[in-house]
Design a protein around this ligand. Sequence first.
Ligand code: SF4
Length: 191
Amino acid sequence: MGGRDVAAKTVDALERLTVAYRAFSQQMAGAQGLSPLQLQLLTVLAAGPPPAANVDALHRELQVTQPTVSDAVTALIGKGLVTRRRDPSDRRRFALSLTPAGRETADSIAAQRGELVSIVETLPEGERETVLNSLLLLIAHLHREGVITVARTCLTCRFHEMHDNGHHCTLLNTRLGTADLRVNCPEHLSA
Ligand code: SF4
């Protein structure tokens, strides 16, 4: 019963965070003359790959439909922030990339996002690590249940092992402290 309460309160807390992040994201997007999805696309394109810079990979990454991503990409191209060219490695696909203006906008978004990072940084270091660990654990569970479709984190990776209660990456052959755990690892392979 108590455990169920904690689970329900955890979902309530996630909802609060989602509402707050959505509001923050809308504010950032509005300041740049973008929709929240256009802002997400610029952020993902600036950080990646992964994911691959094409509509198919991006719609899976952001868990929205392909036509929705296509429309947002068309709008970004119209705004001069993204270009689209045929992918030389797969002629059926178009590869997307940021224009210099798109890169500048993505940098400005990253700077605004830094405000949130600064707030999280005010938590004591131990608590920050506890939060990160718990979130990665939750992401792994939600991924296993199919709620989160894409997760390139250590706890969902086939190279991740626990040794003596510590995290270990068998690919990099190194022990990982909590602060070393990755949220978007380019070497990740699904477990
Ligand atoms: S390959 Fe990357 S995601 Fe996988 S365990 Fe190693 S560091 Fe973590």
